[in-house]
Write a protein of this length. Structure first.
Length: 270
């Protein structure tokens, strides 16, 4: 939920990569860490990376924007799954309502951060990133709702760029006020297709452009390296939390834990 910094449009070329591989994810987590630490949402980590367990949900992708080869911004489009969504911490009832609609797996577009060196291009970067995310949504989950948690002062911006509408009012999330908004592939594209404002016209052109040279598809579907992932999970307390849950279950019902482990092993083997 970083606060946006206004910027004039620039002639710099902005490339957006759609990725799920470790090299792109590592770059994304570094930019996200920088933004979250600067905004006061995160204590600095030795790795300089921000990890959240929900990033491991199947179907999650990262968008990495680069200018002249340098990482300029990143965000995650998190697919709902075993680890839930980041905004569940404050808006689980509202997210559950969208989950219950049955119109596709709920997504959350978030963990958005722009590198300090490229903030003068913020608006143009975000337009490219949202256009890329919309193109993916239209192709792969057009009717699924997409949640966005933002600071209240940015609600109007996301309404203009993404046609996002409020689902829930301000609540604390990661130590700052946030509102929950909703959009999706089809409603976002329809909003921009109105072409009633300069933002809508620019977004519609980006969304409808055939074979855009500025957008790269780099999803590989490969497992993440164990050493890299294990270190980040431990640094952010995920391993400790999962271990504590298993220890508690072992103390309360050893037989239940044994059955759960056995079933989990069978599912993995399948």
């Amino acid at each position: 939920m970083p606060r946006l910094v206004g910027a004039e449009l620039s002639s710099s070329e902005i490339e957006v990569t759609i990725a799920d591989g470790v090299s792109d994810i590592d770059e994304a987590l570094a930019v996200i860490h920088e933004g979250f630490v600067e905004a006061g949402y995160l204590t600095p980590r030795p790795s300089g990376r921000r990890m959240h367990p929900c990033y491991l949900n199947p179907g999650t992708i990262f968008l990495v924007a680069r200018i002249d080869g340098e990482t300029a911004a990143a965000c995650a489009v998190v697919a709902d799954g075993p680890f839930g969504l980041p905004s569940d911490r404050a808006f689980v009832e509202e997210n559950d309502g969208m989950r219950a609609e049955g119109s596709g797996v709920l997504r959350e577009c978030g963990s958005l951060a722009v590198s300090g060196a490229h903030r003068r291009h913020t608006r143009r970067i975000l337009m490219r990133m949202f256009a890329a995310a919309t193109r993916v949504a239209l192709a792969e989950f057009p009717d699924a709702p997409v949640a966005i948690a933002v600071t209240p002062e940015n609600e109007r911006f996301y309404g203009a760029i993404a046609g996002a509408v409020q689902v829930a009012g301000s609540r604390p999330l990661y130590g700052a006020p946030a509102v929950l908004l909703r959009t999706g592939g089809v409603p976002l594209a329809r909003h921009c297709a109105q072409r009633a404002t300069p933002t809508q016209r620019s977004m519609d052109a980006l969304i409808s452009e055939p074979d855009p040279a500025w957008m790269r598809e780099r999803r590989v579907g490969a497992p993440l390296p164990a050493d890299w992932l294990e270190g980040l999970l431990e640094e952010h307390g995920v391993t400790e939390m999962l271990g504590a849950q298993l220890r508690l279950l072992a103390a309360r019902s050893p037989d239940a834990l044994a059955r759960i482990v056995r079933r989990a092993g069978q599912q993995v083997a399948a």
